[in-house]
Design a protein around this ligand. Structure first.
Ligand code: HPA
Length: 326
């Protein structure tokens, strides 16, 4: 990375805090409340950390909060960096290397996003199982440039961007908290990251849905790529702040106020869930191995729709066959 050195930033922070966090939490739009549950906290403004990027978006604070949550030492990023603010990708993801330098092994990432999956409603939560990093695929990737082998290999596998065991732990913890019966949590889904800052056109939404995405947002993937490069395990939550409009004038346009409002509806439940997952981490293997087996993953296509496609395909084949007989 060509921007300010994460090792220098970590050295600065280590001199100023006694905390050596093993858990890093990146708070998305309107989800900064996660940090207020951090006990015995010590807060640094981004502007007081030499070499740290600065945020520019309303609703995104700019603070690094150290302390204890769920019995572990954590560091919380209140406010993240976006490509649409004009930051290079390497700078957006640089705090993740600071996490690594400070001892972080697990990263929680949260974001607000538009729902593409027809089953998703406003204020639903999706446990992230995969992503489409569209700017990254087109070359705007934080790992472009000389590889820093101190952090990881040149060609980093991305077969497990979001840790399946942590995702299962999240699901089982939601079960313990009796959140599953409320029906707002989806156990898996693919997040598409676009550059923004404009929201998507209806054609872009249809394109992303057809490409396997369940939700679309403007963050997270660069941080996760850099985390996976240096071996940090990731757990991601997407909060559906609006439902994507799939045809021209086919619904109300999204706006940032609505994004912040939707996050308020779930803030307390999300805060409780994150703290409870951290408290469950020491029993991760036991909880995950005793969990009921996963159902078959369906991605963006609900089972009934797959069935409808099959019936449609058979009907079309029958019509074509009849046509060839006449
Ligand atoms: N698109 C992209 N990013 C978003 C959206 C959306 O609909 N909602 C919240 N962030």
């Amino acid at each position: 990375m060509s921007v300010d050195d994460p090792k220098v930033v970590a050295k600065f922070l280590k001199e100023k805090t006694k905390y050596r966090p093993t858990i890093g939490i990146v708070c998305g739009s309107g989800l900064s409340g996660l940090a207020k549950n951090v006990q015995e906290s010590q807060t640094f403004n981004y502007e007081d950390i030499p070499g740290f990027p600065q945020t520019t978006v309303a609703g995104h604070a700019g603070e690094l909060v150290f302390g204890k949550l769920g019995g572990a030492e954590v560091v919380c990023m209140k406010g993240r960096f976006h490509s649409y603010e004009g930051h290079p990708m390497s700078k957006i993801a640089m705090p993740i290397r600071v996490f690594k330098e400070m001892g972080v092994e697990i990263m929680f990432v949260t974001n607000a996003a538009g729902g593409l999956n027809p089953n998703f409603k406003v204020a639903d939560v999706m446990i992230m199982s995969d992503h489409l990093f569209l700017p990254g695929m087109a070359g705007k990737n934080p790992l472009v440039g000389e590889n820093d082998a101190d952090y990881g290999p040149r060609f980093v596998p991305m077969t497990d961007p979001y840790d399946p065991s942590l995702s299962k732990l999240a699901w089982e913890t939601a079960r313990q908290l009796e959140l599953l019966e409320k029906g707002f949590i989806h156990r898996d889904g693919t997040y598409a990251m676009v550059s923004g800052p404009n929201y998507e056109t209806p054609a872009e939404c249809r394109y992303l849905l057809a490409g396997g995405a369940d939700a679309v947002g403007m963050s997270t993937a660069p941080e996760v790529v850099v985390a996976r490069h240096c071996g940090i395990r990731c757990l991601g939550f997407t909060l559906v702040s609006n439902v994507c409009v799939m045809s021209v004038n086919g619904g109300p346009p999204p706006n940032h106020a609505e994004v912040l409002e939707a996050t308020q509806v779930r803030a307390v439940q999300m805060e409780k869930l994150v703290a409870a997952i951290i408290a469950n981490l020491p029993r991760e293997v036991e909880i995950v191995s005793n969990a009921p087996a996963d159902p078959v993953k369906g991605g963006g296509t609900p089972a009934w729709l797959t069935g409808a496609y099959a019936v449609g395909a058979l009907a079309a084949a029958a019509i074509i066959f009849r046509g060839t007989q006449q």
